[in-house]
Design a protein around this ligand. Structure first.
Ligand SMILES: [Ca+2]
Ligand SMILES: [Ca+2]
Ligand SMILES: [Ca+2]
Length: 285
């Protein structure tokens, strides 16, 4: 059957009407433009270092699926950078590492509605696997959510308020001291900006300097038993992508310049701990 021009226009109008009714043309899910700083990676110029990227250590697929004590919710997990050019960008938008963005319902704070791995730029922007776009929670329904940011060896933080999220991206700036955060002393204050506490090497939601299984000791054992450290030297430099690399420079160092243990004391002092056996504890529920 042949249809004439008028019938074609008629069919097109019906399609557009149906598309409007069923919201077919709309972007589904929830979009978040988060911003965050990792204390361990911050350098003096207000940007985070991107040594993991420049040294070629960043995995192209999110590393969280392979970590203990970690679970994805919703449609998150397996995020992959398929365009190598994403890791070739330099300057403030260069990629620092993989991070985690979570949505939590005010009615069930302990169980995330959705979890996504995302990329962190040197200037703090949290972006999708294309290196530039807001993070897209495709299956999350628009609504009220607390937003959580996490990193594999930093302590996560959560917005104290539930935010109204939809397919129009909302900026959630965790570097801004004006953003109300859940818990007591949830992150480090750097004057006009904030950053996540660092040094949770074993991912037990605590940064500890003393006591069984403390993070400080894990830097020590990582270096001591690193492949290549056949003489068990404490000043050996173990290179690569590691949980024990607390300042994210691509080296795990126990003794010597730029070591990964000295700044543990920063956490303890800055968190107003009176004793070294005090742990800095993650405040997310
Ligand atoms: Ca940026
Ligand atoms: Ca720990
Ligand atoms: Ca390091």
């Amino acid at each position: 059957m042949k249809i004439n021009c008028l019938q074609k226009i008629y069919l097109l109008l019906i399609f557009l009407l149906l598309a409007a009714c069923f919201n077919l043309s709309a972007h589904n899910g929830v979009l978040v433009s988060a911003k965050m700083f990792l204390k361990g990676a911050l350098s003096g110029n207000g940007l985070m270092r991107d040594d993991l990227r420049s040294k070629g250590f960043l995995p192209s697929t999110e590393p969280y699926s392979n970590l203990a004590n970690f679970q994805y919710y919703g449609d998150g997990g397996g995020e992959t950078v398929s365009n190598p050019a994403v890791f070739e960008v330099t300057g403030p938008n260069a990629i620092v590492d993989w991070v985690i963005l979570e949505l939590r319902s005010p009615n069930a704070l302990t169980t995330p509605v959705a979890t996504h791995a995302a990329l962190l730029q040197r200037d703090g922007d949290v972006v999708g696997v294309d290196g530039v776009s807001p993070v897209h929670f495709l299956t999350a329904a628009p609504g009220q959510y607390h937003v959580v940011v996490r990193h594999r060896n930093h302590l996560g933080v959560m917005s104290a308020e539930a935010l109204s999220l939809s397919n129009v991206p909302v900026v959630v700036d965790f570097t801004d001291p004006a953003l109300s955060l859940y818990g007591t002393n949830p992150c480090a204050n750097n004057g006009t900006t904030r950053s996540l506490w660092f040094g949770d090497v074993n991912r037990d939601k605590k940064v500890s300097v003393q006591g069984p299984g403390n993070d400080f000791l894990l830097v020590f054992t990582h270096v001591l038993y690193a492949p290549g450290n056949t003489s068990f030297l404490l000043n050996f430099i173990a290179q690569g992508y590691s949980q024990a690399d607390t300042n994210l420079d691509g080296n795990v160092i126990y003794m010597g310049p730029n070591n990964d243990r000295a700044n543990f004391y920063y956490n303890v002092i800055a968190a107003n701990c009176t004793y070294l056996n005090c742990s800095v504890v993650e405040q997310t529920p």
